[in-house]
Ligand binder design. Structure first.
Ligand SMILES: [Zn+2]
Ligand SMILES: [Zn+2]
Length: 134
């Protein structure tokens, strides 16, 4: 039986279910994430498209395809919450913070970051014990 994680947006209109183990879980410091989302780094879980189901609110999902990057944001058109973004491999990249909000502000242990990546492109240093990949 695969793990399943239920994640809703702020207004509750959209519910997404994440199934199994993410491909990647970590903190991404790349410029593309910063450009797309306007955040200093992106704490993510990344999933194959077939691991992600929209359980509710499909008709409220909007998407924005970045004009230059091979990335898009998929968000709730009611509250504006980004449900996931995609990368060049079309993985579903889901914010750890969004998941944690749905679990009493505690990220499930099975989704915790394993590493930092694109750390050489970082804006800010992070002092923790995780491996830091350039
Ligand atoms: Zn919403
Ligand atoms: Zn990135």
């Amino acid at each position: 039986m695969s793990d399943r994680y239920s994640v809703s947006c702020d207004c509750g209109s959209v519910e997404m279910v994440l199934i199994g183990e993410p491909r990647v879980r970590g903190h991404c410091h790349c410029q593309d994430c910063r450009t797309l989302l306007d955040i200093p780094y992106h704490s993510v879980t990344a999933w194959n498209p077939d691991q992600v189901e929209i359980a509710r609110g499909h008709d409220l999902l909007s998407q924005f395809r970045h004009p230059r990057l091979s990335m898009k944001k998929v968000f709730c058109s009611n509250c504006g919450e980004v449900i996931y973004n995609t990368n060049a491999m079309d993985w579903r990249v889901v914010s750890q913070h969004l998941i944690a909000k749905n679990y009493g502000n505690t990220l499930p242990d099975t989704l915790r970051s394993m590493s930092h990546f694109h750390y050489a492109s970082r804006l800010i240093d992070v002092a923790d014990d995780l491996p830091k990949k350039p």
